[in-house]
Design a protein around this ligand. Structure first.
Ligand code: NAI
Length: 408
């Protein structure tokens, strides 16, 4: 029976979804490394991890049984994707499951900052009563600048407009504006008149320290800055300076250039103890709902790949969606993307008198992936011949339950 190992306390929603697909599921609460990890990889068909389990090229190369990897999170940098592709293994993640959680936090932080709640809260905790309206304003009618108008950024815009904010955004790609949001052609123009600036870009060489002393100086005096994207996007020293001088009126920061690895490690930041600064421990997307959705989304992708060979949503692989299996068998073939691979496969099938009822091919860089529906399952000899053909990385056969045994 096909078995799945879920590490790192992945939400129970994943187990239910995999059980529904008829898969056997084992669970462990922590991450694994070294020999225990290798043992798990060698004895399961599918594995689910979160961010603490690292799958190196050596780990991946030593796992002929494993067919696919599910990252039950957003990022996939904990997996050597190149090695996974070279081994013919699609890697899946959950890019959208926590979008709403981040967007809700950001919009509520905008309100908190505009009302100067962090400093009033800090004073109240130390026995001081700071009742007064000075400097506290409504979000309604204020301008929100969104830097990076992708999944999260655009969702933030929709929520902010519902509260009556004016939304401008800056993105390096042309985007469809939702609601009345207005695109700006340059970062400096987006931030110049904004009361609140929120960052939703990925960590790239272009976004590294994109919010530096120069951009902070170009902001409207007293503007609020929110960063729930990646820690490298903001020059923290420059931000601390801008907060001290009043150029920036407040900040909500969820991500940091260096973050503690565990909840037991100390957290140190130049932004600590500054008034009107909200610091959160990278929890923008951390909600019960997001975890549940991530469990369902990645488990569904793993189950679908197992049952049909679909690689839709894989981060490292040619995307093929062959749909449910109608023919007696389906052959999944991962190969080096070189001329003649498809012809060689079809010739081998024809030699055994197997008729092709459908075929889907996609390539991505050096990898080709072809899913072939056939009118009878291949014999063990043919499977072996397909496997040992030059350029073939991986072969898997999916048999319809009621199909005859083989072509022999
Ligand atoms: P996305 O890929 O949907 O959107 C990113 C947008 O940024 C795209 O529209 C892209 O064109 C744009 N972009 C890229 N480089 C740019 C540049 N130099 N200048 C302007 N725009 C640029 O990503 P998504 O899902 O919206 O995530 C955004 C960020 O949020 C990512 O960094 C992600 O890691 C982070 N994130 C943080 C979480 C948290 O817990 N704080 C949870 C989930 C995501």
């Amino acid at each position: 029976m096909t078995s799945v190992m879920l590490l790192e306390n992945i939400h129970e929603s994943a187990t239910s979804r995999l059980h529904e697909a008829g898969l056997e599921v084992e669970r462990r609460s922590g991450a694994l490394t070294g020999a225990p990890l290798r043992d798990v990889l060698a004895s399961h068909d599918l594995i689910g991890i979160r961010s603490a389990t690292h799958l190196t090229a050596d780990d991946i190369r030593s796992t002929p049984r494993l067919t696919s990897i599910g990252c039950f999170c957003i990022g996939t940098s904990q997996v050597d994707l190149q090695a996974a592709t070279a081994a013919g293994m699609p890697v899946f993640n959950a890019p959208f499951s926590n979008t709403r959680s981040v967007a809700e936090l950001v919009v509520s932080e905008a309100v908190m900052l505009l009302r100067r709640i962090p400093e009033k809260n800090m004073l109240a905790h130390t026995g001081k009563w700071a009742k007064g309206a000075a400097g506290a304003v409504e979000a309604r009618g204020k301008t929100l600048a969104i830097v990076g108008y992708g999944n999260i950024g655009s969702q933030v815009g929709v929520l902010a407009e519902a509260m009556g904010m004016r939304v401008v955004y800056y993105d390096i790609q042309p985007k469809l504006s939702l609601g009345s949001a207005r695109a700006e052609g340059a970062l400096v123009d987006a931030v110049a008149h904004a009361d609140v600036i929120t960052l939703h870009v990925p960590a790239t060489s272009r976004t590294r320290y994109m919010i530096d002393a120069e951009i902070l100086a170009a902001c409207k005096r007293g503007a609020m800055l929110i960063n729930a994207s990646r820690g490298t996007v903001v020059d923290i020293a420059a931000l601390a300076q801008a907060l001290r001088s009043g150029q920036i009126g407040g900040a909500a920061i969820d991500v940091f250039p260096t973050e503690p690895k565990t909840n037991n490690d100390p957290f140190v930041s130049e932004l600590q103890n500054l008034p009107n600064v909200l610091l959160t421990p990278h929890i923008g997307g951390s909600t019960e709902e997001a975890q549940e959705n991530i469990g369902i989304e990645v488990a569904a992708k793993l189950a679908n790949f197992h049952a049909t060979g679909s690689t839709i949503g894989a981060v490292n692989f040619p995307e093929v969606d062959p749909g449910p299996l109608q023919s007696p068998a389906r052959l999944l073939n991962v190969h080096s993307n070189a001329p003649g691979a498809l012809a060689a496969l079809n010739t081998l099938l024809a030699r055994e008198g197997i008729n092709i009822t459908g075929q889907h091919l996609q390539t991505r860089n050096d990898t080709g992936y072809v899913v072939t529906d056939i009118d009878k399952p291949p014999s063990a000899e043919l499977e072996q011949a397909l496997r040992s053909h030059p350029g073939v990385v991986r072969i898997r056969v999916i048999r319809r339950q009621d199909a005859p045994d083989s072509a022999a």
